[in-house]
Write a protein that binds this ligand. Structure first.
Ligand SMILES: O=C(O)CCC(=O)C(=O)O
Length: 355
């Protein structure tokens, strides 16, 4: 895979930065985010994970070495931890750091602001079936076409540690249809032969680096072949006075209210800050996110296979499993045993008739 084009030297030249963004559908810049703040956030995040028993107690928690079966968005084990992370002031504060604001205002102009919907990804190793598939953000977020995502890891993140890759120039393809996929969002873009005209690009990230991409740019995560979790944050920005869908103003997954999240925060400027801004709220169009029944059925099958593989992984490592994946494991084993019994009976009948 080719490396990112490095736009760090363009940060003080908004016109050149924007030109690069419009050419490639992304910019990658090094060393812009405050590394102390990111390290502090990583410490608080790994403390929560340690408390939940996710991490190897014999290793430095900051290494985030996982010792449990991978759990993913949508599962209670995941949300038990993620709900606590959602309430961290230091997490939401990253989107407002001066270094981040500088890049985002360079790209979007002086009214650029982050959506309060802030996302952290807790990506397990040994879990490449769940790597984020190639997709565009527009079907999820909708609203203004000039909605840009800013992705950064919470530690150095080599490409093979699950970094985010970009299909350079792919924003020019327009909006692509969707298919079911395992991985964050459960949707992938249906790629056609036109993508062969573009190159996937990625680089080893160092703490403080970020990649910013448009809501039509295809992006995906690479597999994580380390023993560490890949922890990263992604925030979405837009200009004032441009349309926005209501979901972008809610906490990720909507499991808590902002009042619950803000309990105990010290900086009031980070709370409800968007209420002073002006933008039209537009309907979220469910048809842009829909997949057909056949894709749904394929999804159920894929999820079942994934659960069986995870239940097997838990058994191989002696890790505690999760009831719903154990159930899929037992169901699949029972149906395989029944199939085997039926075919043995058929074989017995055939050989009896042949005697
Ligand atoms: O970090 C990931 O794996 C997914 C990130 C992503 O898809 C995004 O920021 O839009």
């Amino acid at each position: 895979m080719l490396p990112f084009f490095d736009s760090t030297t363009l940060v003080d030249d908004p016109e050149a930065l924007q030109a690069r963004f419009h050419l490639d559908g992304y910019v990658f810049v090094r060393g812009q985010a405050d590394t102390d703040a990111l390290t502090d956030l990583r410490r608080q995040t790994t403390d929560i994970m340690t408390e939940a028993g996710w991490l190897d107690p014999d290793r430095d928690p900051m290494d985030a070495v996982a010792t449990r079966v991978p759990t993913v968005e949508g599962e209670e084990d995941y949300h038990h931890v993620y709900d606590q992370i959602q309430a961290l002031e230091s997490f939401h504060a990253v989107a407002h750091q001066p270094g981040v604001t500088r890049v985002m205002q360079g790209l979007l102009g002086p009214t650029a602001f982050p959506h309060p919907l802030s996302i952290m990804r807790l990506v397990f190793p040994h879990n490449d079936d769940w790597a984020t598939p190639a997709h565009q953000d527009h079907p999820n977020n909708q609203g203004t076409p000039d909605l840009y995502a800013c992705w950064m890891p919470l530690a150095d993140c080599a490409a093979d540690a699950g970094a985010l890759a970009i299909l350079s120039g792919s924003h020019k393809l327009g909006l692509l249809p969707l298919e079911y996929s395992l991985g964050a969002g459960n949707r992938r873009a249906a790629l056609d032969e036109r993508v062969d005209d573009f190159d996937w690009v990625v680089s080893d990230f160092e703490l403080g680096d970020m990649v910013v991409f448009s809501s039509l740019t295809l992006h995906r995560s690479l597999g994580n072949s380390t023993d560490r979790m890949r922890l990263s944050v992604d925030f979405r920005f837009q200009r004032e006075h441009e349309p926005l869908t209501a979901g972008c103003l809610e906490p990720h997954f909507g499991r808590q209210t902002w009042d619950e999240i803000y309990e105990g925060w010290s900086d009031e400027r980070l709370q409800y800050y968007w209420r002073d801004k002006s933008f039209p709220i537009v309907e979220w169009d469910a048809s842009l996110h829909a997949i057909d029944d056949e894709q749904h059925d394929l999804g159920v099958e894929e999820k079942m296979r994934y659960n069986v593989a995870r239940a097997q992984l838990a058994r191989d490592h002696g890790w505690k499993s999760m009831p719903h994946i154990d159930k899929d494991y037992e169901d699949v084993r029972a149906s395989l045993a029944a199939e085997r019994e039926t075919s043995l009976a058929a074989e017995r009948e055939t050989s009896r008739q042949g005697q």
